[in-house]
Design a protein around this ligand. Structure first.
Ligand code: SF4
Ligand code: SF4
Length: 292
């Protein structure tokens, strides 16, 4: 099974809009995963029916044995995030400040603090309106550890693709090159990069290409908004040529990207017939193995 992760480095390049359009092209040949859990919005375009949802325990929270606590204050003093507060004569934790590090439980001389699993997000197993199994998630407000949730979404989607004997797993990856991006890339057999012709996108693209090279993954690239800065677009072409990354397409800036999100429809469903051909050509390249 081929596992294609769509990555961007910089956010806002049109990655999710293109992933949704490719998902539309792939149809029932693919299982879909949205691993951009910090700002998931693939579901806005694929509008899936949620079949199953489960809580994701991705962190820890201290529980105080208030009846036994001697109010010595050692836990509050040790907490680097000032997350332990004295209220109404009892110590308690502010979940918004707590990082789940466990130092308070470690320093409590009598073991009156127990670290307990904490719900940090929700995981959904759904069916997209293109009749595909789709896995996606929602990270709780202010929650971290999204790399763990990304890995969970990817592994659930991979298991489904194997179960259903699908040829493709198409993953909308997170932006950046940090823990969530690495977690998504570890599920990949190949990478499709969606970048744009801006200085910040080029900067992030260089870092993303280094990361992809470290993982020895084959990649191809789409340049979106290529007419924003033609010099930078040429730099991206040059960089891709140096790194043997084929550029599958260079699209001019188009109102259709925000319009697609606004209408909750893929590019292929908009009035502009150019997208059928553009995205269809890219999917043909991908499905016939240009990335591998
Ligand atoms: S787990 Fe860490 S961050 Fe949370 S209250 Fe304890 S010491 Fe503070
Ligand atoms: S360190 Fe333990 S005993 Fe001391 S205030 Fe904290 S919970 Fe209570």
């Amino acid at each position: 099974m081929r596992r294609i992760v769509v990555m961007s480095g910089k956010g806002g390049t049109g990655k999710t809009t293109i992933t949704a359009a490719l998902s539309h092209c792939a149809g029932t040949e693919a299982v879909i995963a949205d691993c951009d859990v910090d700002a998931s919005n693939l579901h806005l375009l694929l509008r899936p029916d949620v079949g199953k949802e489960e809580r994701f325990m991705g962190g820890w929270l201290p529980m105080f044995d208030s009846r036994s606590c001697t109010l010595c204050g050692m836990c509050a003093d040790a907490c680097a995030w000032s997350a332990i507060i004295l209220r109404n004569g009892q110590y308690e934790v502010d979940p918004g400040l707590c990082e789940g590090c466990g130092v308070c439980a470690h320093v409590c001389p009598d073991g009156y603090i127990t670290m307990t699993p904490r719900v940090t997000g929700m995981l959904f197993a759904s069916r997209s309106r293109f009749r595909q199994s789709m896995y996606h998630a929602r990270l709780g407000i202010g929650q971290e550890n999204s790399g763990k949730l990304v890995a969970k979404v990817a592994s659930e989607a991979m298991a489904a693709a194997e179960r259903e004997r699908k040829e493709f797993l198409l993953i909308d990856g997170p932006p950046g090159i940090g823990c969530p991006a690495i977690a998504a890339l570890t599920a990949a057999t190949e990478v499709l990069i969606v970048t744009e012709a801006t200085h910040s996108a080029l900067h992030d693209l260089c870092r993303l290409i280094e990361l992809i090279a470290q993982l020895s993954l084959p990649a191809a690239c789409i340049i979106n908004k290529a007419d924003l800065d033609r010099e930078t677009a040429n730099d991206i072409h040059r960089l891709c040529a140096e790194r043997c990354i084929p550029v599958l397409a260079a699209f001019p800036w188009s109102e259709d990207f925000p319009e697609s999100l606004r209408q909750g429809r893929t590019l292929l469903e908009l009035c502009n017939p150019q997208w059928q051909e553009r995205i269809g050509t890219i999917w043909n390249h991908i499905s016939t193995g240009v990335l591998t």
